[in-house]
Design a protein around this ligand. Structure first.
Ligand code: SF4
Length: 469
């Protein structure tokens, strides 16, 4: 599938917060920039100044497109939260770009969210029946209304009550004029980590943002935990006694940056190990190993290392395609203008190739890459997928929401192989997908197995619109 090439999975969002550091807005800017792979649709920052006033800047586009020095200078203070968004539930548009900002008689607050709730319809019905009005269609706004619903009770109890009404995957940052609350769902589906920066703290969806700003990793937020960060330091509360460790397997396989550590396991190391295991499970007789850039390169290195087949740079990705880039017309595409990925003719010509990809979603990416390699002269293309086949939709913030969109949902391996045009096709086993992260005993594998860790409400029927599953 590669990363954002033709048809790829998209993560919903990334969150980043800083507490207790002078002039936080440039730090949040750099933090969000290193989470850019988690969402390119829009981004925003809210800061609190010394007087407790909140200010916000947000927009559609990449972090580097939305913010300039003047905008960052307008965001004053020693505390702030930020967000990068890819729109799935709630749709696009500026209204849905976070962080959200709420005025309330008990004090203003801002909110940023990563993940997806599965009971949002039930919650919005409940809130509307109590008279709430919504500005956006986002899960974050639901949480804000739940926090506000009972007026003036102390904030932490209101948050605990509100989180207990949510079902699904989430990492929330909630900021008042005095503190930041960082919360993670009780299943542990989405990552959220704390770092130390000088005398202050940072919170991030991924640890790769810590290195960029010179912060050091402190710990991960636990499933079901609310960490309060204020002038007393860090305090911990759990909103639920139920606790699982169902980290989304696709974070390791595809979403997260290779330099991030997720719950103690480095993402590059995970992918490399999955590649080694993939070779042991599905060897191929070939001249070179190629990975689909960027997310499959680590697995390709592992496959090459275990097999002794040389790893080569047979595909090159142009990374600098922003939101405002003019996509080629059908006519130009037919003339061979390929925007994001090219095969390197001198490397692949005449070779038998093992092509490592992290996953197959709709299959159009894999088909076009195999085609591209053959056009560049490849003799054979053996596709090896560094994850099990995706056969079920995800309801936790990843945009595979209907069975129809999944190539592997209705087809056996040979049918899929024929559609993508490969000489052979194999997938990594579930066991190896788990064991590539040393010491883990569970993960969310629902899109491979259909075994969803949460209740689903109406989601499954909606995913099966044509009634064939
Ligand atoms: S269903 Fe798949 S993509 Fe969704 S959270 Fe679980 S592992 Fe991740």
């Amino acid at each position: 599938m590669g990363e954002h090439v033709f048809d790829s999975l998209h993560e919903e969002c990334g969150v980043f917060g800083v507490y207790g550091v002078d002039n936080v807005s440039p730090i949040i800017y750099y933090g969000l920039h290193s989470l850019q792979h988690r969402g390119q649709e829009g981004c925003g920052i809210v800061c609190v100044d010394e007087k407790g006033n909140m200010s916000r800047q947000r927009g559609l586009g990449l972090v580097s497109e939305v913010f300039d020095e003047a905008k960052l200078a307008s965001l004053k203070g020693r505390m702030g939260i930020g967000h990068v968004r890819y729109s799935t539930s709630g749709g696009g548009g500026l209204d849905n770009v976070q962080p959200f900002f709420f005025r309330h008689k008990s004090g203003d607050f801002a909110l940023a969210h990563n993940g997806n709730l599965v009971n949002s319809r039930q919650l919005s019905d409940y809130l509307e029946s109590r008279g709430s009005l919504f500005h956006s269609t986002s899960d974050s706004e639901l949480l804000a209304h739940l926090i506000k619903k009972d007026g003036n009770e102390p904030r932490i109890f209101a948050i605990i009550d509100a989180l207990n009404m949510l079902e699904g995957a989430f990492a929330f940052l909630i900021m008042t004029k005095n503190r930041i609350y960082a919360c993670r769902d009780k299943y542990g589906l989405r990552p959220l980590s704390i770092g130390r920066l000088g005398d202050g703290y940072v919170v991030s969806s991924e640890t790769c943002a810590f290195d960029v700003i010179g912060a050091t990793f402190v710990r991960d937020i636990e499933p079901g935990e609310i960490v309060t960060i204020d002038d007393k330091g860090l305090r911990s509360n759990f909103y639920s006694k139920f606790q699982r460790r169902k980290m989304c397997a696709m974070e390791y396989i595809y979403f997260a940056r290779p330099d991030s550590d997720i719950e103690g396991c480095n993402v590059h190391a995970y992918r490399k190990e999955s590649g080694r295991r993939l070779f042991r499970e599905a060897p191929a007789d070939a001249d070179i190993v190629i990975g689909v850039p960027d997310s499959s390169l680590s697995a390709a290195m592992g496959y090459s290392e275990a097999s002794g087949i040389p790893y080569e740079m047979g595909l090159i990705k142009n990374k600098y395609v922003g939101r405002t880039f003019i996509q080629p017309s059908q006519e130009l595409r037919e003339k061979g203008v390929k925007m994001k990925l090219s095969a390197v003719h001198s490397i692949v010509n005449g070779k038998r190739i093992v092509l490592i990809d992290d996953s197959i979603v709709r299959g159009t990416t894999s088909r076009r890459i195999v085609e591209m390699l053959r056009e560049a002269g490849a003799k054979e293309v053996h596709v090896r997928i560094a994850s099990p086949a995706i056969t079920h939709p995800c309801f936790y913030g990843v945009d595979i929401s209907v069975y129809e969109e999944l190539l592997c949902a209705r087809r056996n391996k040979d049918e899929v192989r024929r559609i993508i045009g490969a000489d052979s096709l194999e997938f990594l086993s579930l066991e190896s997908a788990l064991k590539s992260a040393p010491g883990r005993s569970e993960m969310c594998f629902a899109c491979f197995t259909g075994d969803y860790p949460t209740a689903l409400y109406q989601s499954l029927e909606e995913a099966n619109k044509d009634g064939k599953f």
